[in-house]
Design a protein around this ligand. Structure first.
Ligand code: XMP
Length: 327
């Protein structure tokens, strides 16, 4: 049997009891595999890498070294949440790398979406490899590979999505404790491991992060407009019962300006585009019908609170014909 085929008799993990049984089994298997050696993990704060981190912390404690790379394209509050949950609450061995300037400097003037993705992906690998080279005695590399990643890479669906995939040349033995799990099972295990709901039920977030939502060549001020408007949208969705109901929602700031009036004076500022879609597997998507009063309230907050923004639009385009992200 191939190492990459889910065992046929493996029950779907959909109850706390099944999650607990999986956790106990994995802890034993991880201890047997790792022994007294050290393991390295790139911890993004997404559900898959977070669950792998939590499992490994239970199994081998401080033998796990987590590296969280802040590439400047994360959502508001994300790096802080990773530090709070893993360093403070779980007492993990966590290296936080502030690589914001390094990434943003490399991206100056680059407007082609695929080139942006490649720069972000390569820089991520470079930063991670540099951190790895500073550490002694690392034998294993843990990854948050899940079963759909294996299925999709077999048929070549998602090659361009693998930003952050780490190079084989790092020469570590792989540890992939959730590689046979589907997303809903990973969430069930994460909940049982005590991770916060905001992490376990997080909406999908692309590897290149806000970089593909700051359309065209990224500038720091427009990137802040993406981050701040996204934070307002998430706050309002959470307050109004849409968090966990809508599959993916975020804002985009295109690279053009239009005329408006602020404090009685002409202003020339960016628009913010809101996108809120429902999907099962991201290959197609429909538009969430946000109540008009809520849309109105969000537009009001965004145009008042986000610096450099004087207009707010709602993207009505399903996938196809529009992709979910704008780049
Ligand atoms: P699109 O825009 O292709 O997005 O309709 C489908 C899903 O994939 C996510 N996405 C990415 N995820 N790296 C990722 O890890 C990427 O480069 C990337 N591009 C899109 C997108 O957010 C949506 O959930």
């Amino acid at each position: 049997m191939s190492d990459n085929v889910r065992p046929e008799n493996m029950a779907r993990i959909n109850t706390p009891a099944l999650a607990k049984a999986f956790i106990d089994e994995q802890i034993a298997a991880l201890r047997a595999q790792i022994g007294d050696k050290k393991v390295l993990l790139a911890l993004s704060g997404g559900v898959d890498s977070s669950v792998v981190a939590a499992l490994l912390i239970r199994a081998v404690g401080k033998q796990l070294v987590c590296v969280h790379v802040n590439h400047g394209l994360l959502r508001k509050g994300e790096p802080e949440q990773v530090i709070e949950v893993f360093r403070k609450q779980m007492d993990a061995n966590l290296i936080y790398v502030d690589a914001v300037d390094r990434f943003l400097d490399k991206l100056v003037g680059v407007d082609d979406p695929e080139t942006k993705r490649k720069i972000i992906g390569k820089e991520f690998i470079d930063v991670f490899a540099e951190e790895a080279s500073k550490l002694d005695g690392i034998r294993f590399l843990a990854q948050g590979t899940i079963y759909p990643d294996i299925l999709e890479s077999d048929v070549g669906v998602k090659a361009h999505h693998n930003v952050g995939g780490l190079p084989e040349s790092l020469n570590f033995e792989l540890v992939e404790p959730v590689k046979f799990l589907y997303k809903d099972e990973v969430r069930c295990v994460g909940k049982e491991l005590g991770l916060p709901d905001g992490m376990v039920y997080r909406q999908p977030f692309p590897g290149p992060g806000l970089g593909v939502r700051c359309v065209g060549a990224i500038t720091r001020d427009r990137l802040e407009a993406v981050r701040e408007s996204d934070a307002i949208l998430r706050e309002e969705f959470a307050r109004n019962g849409l968090e966990g109901k809508v599959w993916q929602y975020f804002t985009i700031v295109p690279d053009f300006k239009s005329t408006g009036i602020r404090d009685g004076l002409r202003c020339f500022e960016w628009p913010v585009v809101i996108r809120a879609v429902n999907s099962i597997d991201a290959t197609s998507a429909t538009i969430e019908e946000i109540p008009y009063a809520l849309l109105n309230h969000i537009a009001d907050r965004i145009t008042k609170e986000v610096k450099g923004v004087n207009r707010c639009l709602y993207d009505l385009t399903p996938k196809p014909v529009g992709t979910i992200e704008w780049e």
